[in-house]
Design a protein around this ligand. Structure first.
Ligand code: URP
Ligand code: ZN
Ligand code: ZN
Length: 599
């Protein structure tokens, strides 16, 4: 059996290009897509790697008469797509015959949504989240999201690289859209640091590491761990992400609430109120600041915590904020709902508060840069694990399908977000922070043809009865939204076709994210130069010097000069084009050394 399988694989690898050549023009779209995906699954030769000269007209598409919305503005242009990428943007384009044309009159054309925060097939709290990478990405595509970034979460003492490989195994053959991975670290040993360094290499393509400040006894790391891990993230050009809630305090509160007889879902928000989140956000920013580490605060769910992010940003810390579809689209009143299933269905950490407007305003004001979904769905049966004890309700809610629609409804339709800002917070900013821009997050020549044609007049009512997640509950049940995707293209393939979902299992790619994102490190370097900070060189196991110098380095004379002043050893230098010499604090200022000497 095994030998036969090898022969089939071998033959399919050899025969695949011939099949595509022979059938692509003569078969109907459906037949050739079937043949290609059948063979590509068996042979693991990805369909999109077919050489350009072998591609047929079915890979060509023109979108006409729409309004293109990018992060920096709106324009009236047509888009020509070929071979999975945007080939031309303009008016009166001359295109090959047989190209499919989509009329986008009266519609907006956005870069495909990027959801930087999902948990598909996540083993968590004694169970596994209900959406695997197929169902999860199918739901994503249905809502206009064409790239998701999920998480590798190792078992205690498991190698990060082993866990990473297992995760790729879960996802690669299942994803209906492109995806990337963040990696969660559970300790700060030299081995972990060395694996983090390794993971930033192209073959793994990880540039972001998440640290949990909650879930005591499971995922939580201590402050000294955070310090060491963040220091290392800075050394390797990564972005630190935090789940910011005070896990020690939550554990105490949970015990007290249970002892007092509070066993229902309301115990969840009571055990982790706003100050529990705000303190952790403030502490994470403080620790990141000690080691000059850029920080991404995931799922900020209340005004006070948002203000902590805002304060950090005003103080010049390199900190970014994400809020959730759940935060802007739901008000948290369900925790007191008389129906246990409904209340438990809303349990996630941090909990939903009645802060929709405040969270949206933080998105408007650029206190927050991104919206995620934190999509981590558990069925009613799974939630029932906590029937007699709220601490056992698996934490997580839906949102990957609804995220764009909710940002549209409560942002654009409410008159708070303009069109470019909508694109920034649903796509471009995530692409920039996780170093996928301009391949993703932009409608530009050369970008992946991940495209949403958005009908601003289409009415939709969100419901578990019509959503595409495997979950049997929807926290936005009954919410009405004016606006929906009419077409969604994933790498040029039409996966929502005139409102009809045609997602294809396994067509997505893993997207490698490299370190030293300029959106992040221009700011970090600028600040370090300005303040005379010399981040600690990490030369032990997992040494920073093994990290390649970033590709986009533009070392100006000024930077070179400034770098000498602060003697940055073993540190890749990122080009910062606008550093003013007058603002530089030198390592030996009059009156003695500045804090820079400490490092
Ligand atoms: O409750 C949540 N957010 N579940 C998913 C895991 C996490 O904390 O991000
Ligand atoms: Zn989290
Ligand atoms: Zn999460």
């Amino acid at each position: 059996m095994c030998n036969n399988w090898h022969i089939v694989r071998y033959l399919s690898r050899k025969l695949l290009p011939a099949f595509i050549f022979l059938y692509s023009d003569s078969f109907s779209n459906r037949h050739s897509v079937f043949i290609v995906s059948f063979f590509s699954k068996m042979s693991s030769v990805p369909v999109k790697k077919v050489p350009l000269h072998l591609q047929s007209s079915q890979n060509r598409l023109i979108i006409k008469n729409g309004k293109i919305v990018n992060a920096d503005g709106v324009s009236d242009c047509d888009i020509f797509i070929e071979g999975g990428v945007i080939k031309e943007i303009g008016r009166n384009l001359i295109i090959p015959g047989g190209t499919r044309a989509i009329d986008a009159q009266g519609k907006y054309i956005f870069p495909g949504g990027i959801d930087p925060h999902t948990h598909f097939k996540m083993d968590f709290m004694g169970t596994t989240s209900a959406d695997d990478f197929y169902n999860g990405t199918k739901a994503a595509v249905a809502g206009g999201t064409t790239t998701i970034i999920d998480f590798v979460i190792p078992e205690p003492d498991q190698s990060l690289i082993e866990a990473y490989r297992a995760r790729r195994g879960d996802a690669d053959s299942k994803v209906c859209c492109d995806y990337g991975l963040h990696v969660v670290c559970l300790n700060s040993t030299d081995h972990t640091k060395s694996e983090m360094t390794e993971l930033t290499k192209e073959q793994y393509g990880v540039n972001s590491f998440k640290f949990f400040m909650a879930y005591k006894g499971a995922l939580m790391v201590s402050d000294p761990d955070l310090y060491v891990l963040m220091e290392h993230v800075r050394a390797i050009g990564g972005l630190a992400m935090v789940h910011a809630e005070n896990g020690d305090v939550i554990a105490e509160n949970e015990e007290r609430l249970l002892a007092a007889g509070v066993t229902g879902p309301i115990g969840h928000p009571l055990s982790r109120q706003e100050d529990v989140e705000t303190e952790a956000v403030t502490r994470a920013i403080m620790i990141a600041n000690q080691v000059s580490c850029p920080l991404y605060v995931a799922h900020v769910m209340c005004r006070d915590a948002g203000e902590a992010v805002s304060r950090g940003r005003s103080n010049g810390n390199v900190v970014f904020g994400e809020t959730l579809a759940a935060g802007i689209g739901s008000d948290g009143t369900a925790y007191t709902h008389s129906c246990w299933e409904n209340a438990a269905g809303h349990v996630l950490g941090p909990p939903i508060r009645n802060e929709q407007k405040a969270l949206m305003n933080f998105l408007v004001q650029d206190v927050f840069q991104t919206t995620g979904s934190d999509h981590c769905v558990f069925t009613k049966n799974q939630k029932a694990m906590g029937k007699d004890n709220f601490t056992l309700i698996p934490n997580g809610v839906n949102g990957v399908e609804e995220r764009l629609a909710l940002a549209w409804q409560y942002g654009v339709n409410a008159g708070l977000l303009d069109l470019p800002r909508f694109v920034q917070i649903t796509s471009t900013n995530a692409a920039k922070l996780f170093n996928l821009y301009p391949r993703k997050g932009a409608l530009a020549v050369g970008s992946d043809a991940d495209i949403v044609i958005w009908d601003p007049k289409k009415l939709q009512t969100i419901s578990a009865s019509s959503h595409h997640s495997a979950g049997d509950f929807n926290i936005f049940e009954g919410t009405q939204v004016t606006g929906a995707p009419q077409f969604v293209l994933v790498n040029g393939r039409v996966c929502v076709d005139d409102y009809e979902l045609k997602a294809v299992e396994g067509i997505g790619n893993y997207v490698s994210t490299s370190p030293w994102a300029s959106e992040v490190y221009d700011k970090v370097l600028q600040r370090e130069v300005k303040l005379g900070i010399k981040p600690k060189s990490v030369t032990s196991n997992g040494a920073a010097e093994s990290v390649p110098v970033p590709v986009q380095v533009q070392i100006t004379e000024e930077i070179q000069q400034n770098s000498k002043l602060v003697e940055v050893d073993n540190e890749p230098q990122i080009g910062v084009s606008s550093v003013k010499k007058s603002s530089i604090k030198v390592a030996n200022p009059p009156g003695g050394k500045s804090a820079g000497g400490f490092w």
